[in-house]
Design a protein around this ligand. Structure first.
Ligand SMILES: [Zn+2]
Length: 418
């Protein structure tokens, strides 16, 4: 075996939530696979020959990160980014596109994104037939019940089971004010028929008809009966009034009912992430099942990344400093999203024989100020930055352009603007 080993990642702090390994260890990679692992306390892999040894002292070595919420149908949607910029470029080996593509546009997504990317790309296919062509805009037209094609959706789900891992739909005031639960009901029925989870956006998105605006705090009570165990509510820390907490100062009963039902809670970090709501839930012991980025360009222009200010490692860093233990932060970006997309046997693993999908993270010392979606500040002493990423045994350096929320602290930002 020695002659074939290409890389040994040495002396990193290896965190494998599944096995519980949480100490210094060495990992050997040959071809696409992990071929050996040994704790340093047992001597590590010092005697094993390798073409290249990577010194990961002071680094965290985790299973390849999985980002459950990205938008990567670049140039077809107005707000997408390149798949590898959202994936291996920021430390994620698997990404799940949240509804950029629907059954009428999936062919292009498969040919131009899934098949070309170095990152493992999956899709929550939109219940809307054309997908999210124009961000949150035109939602009243693009997402109305007449633009749903259940037959085409079901056919594609059977044709591409490895790629289509769920259904993106919306439980928010704009759609509710226009067509009630009609589209969500169609998504719910399709999910049960195809045995796929729903991934449900929460927090106001589409233009609302004011006369039929739902009472914000009642919205989740309307949505929950349509969900099944294993479905996911996105943007749980959104500070929109119709989000799962909204403007409440306490946790509504329906949130506990959702947890009792086995509904997953996802971060979908993005633009409405609120420290206030995060603290409220965390103080009650409610942590997210999964941490995801919702990385995308500006909704209101075309291919414009100037306002992009969030990333998966940025979301993980924030959760860590809000009190989520490091092991649980890693679990929420590896093992748990693998479970949501039905890939527990293949992803989120770090063991001999598994694919060499490995994210090496640097604990960059601060002090730093991390902002939330509403510019509330959180002063921290450390950020998690991607350092080196392996997907199927191939290594990738981070693309720093995609990590603005971690690179510049607030005082530098102010100085830059001035
Ligand atoms: Zn999104």
């Amino acid at each position: 075996m020695d002659a074939n080993v290409e890389f040994i990642i040495e002396n990193g702090h290896v965190i494998d939530p599944l096995s519980g390994l949480n100490e210094q260890a060495d990992i050997a990679i040959a071809g696409k696979k992990i071929v050996a692992m040994e704790k340093r306390s047992n001597g590590g892999l010092k005697s094993l020959q390798a073409l290249k040894r990577i010194d990961a002292s002071d680094k965290l070595v985790c299973p390849g990160l999985i980002d459950l919420h990205v938008h990567v149908y670049e140039y077809i949607t107005n707000f997408g980014v390149w798949a590898d910029d959202a994936g291996v470029g920021v430390g994620a080996t698997t990404i799940v596109d949240a509804g950029s593509t629907g059954p009428w546009t999936f062919g292009g997504f498969k040919a131009h994104v899934i098949d070309k990317a170095k990152t493992d790309v999956r899709a929550f296919m939109s219940i809307n037939a054309a997908g999210a062509l124009m961000g949150g805009m035109k939602g009243d037209i693009l997402h109305n019940p007449s633009v749903v094609d259940l037959e085409a959706s079901f056919k594609l789900m059977k044709q591409y089971p490895e790629s289509i891992r769920g259904i993106k739909c919306h439980g928010e005031s704009g759609s509710f004010s226009r067509w009630g639960l009609e589209v969500l009901t169609m998504a719910s029925d399709l999910g049960r028929k195809a045995n796929l989870p729903l991934y449900v956006h929460t927090g106001e998105l589409f233009p609302v008809i004011e006369d039929s605006r739902p009472e914000p705090r009642a919205l989740l009570s309307h949505v929950l009966p349509l969900l099944k165990q294993g479905d996911t509510l996105a943007h749980i820390y959104s500070n929109m009034p119709d989000g799962i907490i909204g403007e409440d100062e306490s946790i509504p009963e329906v949130v506990y009912a959702a947890l009792d039902k086995g509904v997953h809670f996802d971060i979908g970090y993005g633009i409405n992430f609120s420290y206030r709501i995060a603290r409220l839930l965390i103080n009650a012991g409610i942590f997210p099942n999964t941490i995801s980025s919702d990385i995308h360009g500006d909704f209101n222009s075309y291919h414009d990344l100037s306002k992009l200010n969030y990333s998966l490692p940025g979301a993980m860093s924030r959760l860590l400093h809000l009190g989520m233990p490091l092991l649980e932060v890693i679990r929420a970006a590896t093992v748990n999203p693998a479970k949501v997309i039905g890939e527990s046997d293949h992803l989120g693993l770090l063991s001999v024989g598994s694919h060499a999908n490995i994210s090496i993270l640097e604990k960059k010392k601060g002090p730093w100020t991390l902002l939330d979606g509403r510019n509330e500040a959180l002063d921290v002493d450390m950020r998690l930055m991607p350092w080196l990423t392996f997907r199927d045994g191939v290594s990738y350096l981070p693309n720093l352009a995609m990590l603005p929320d971690l690179l510049i602290n607030q005082s530098e930002r102010v100085a830059e603007v001035a």
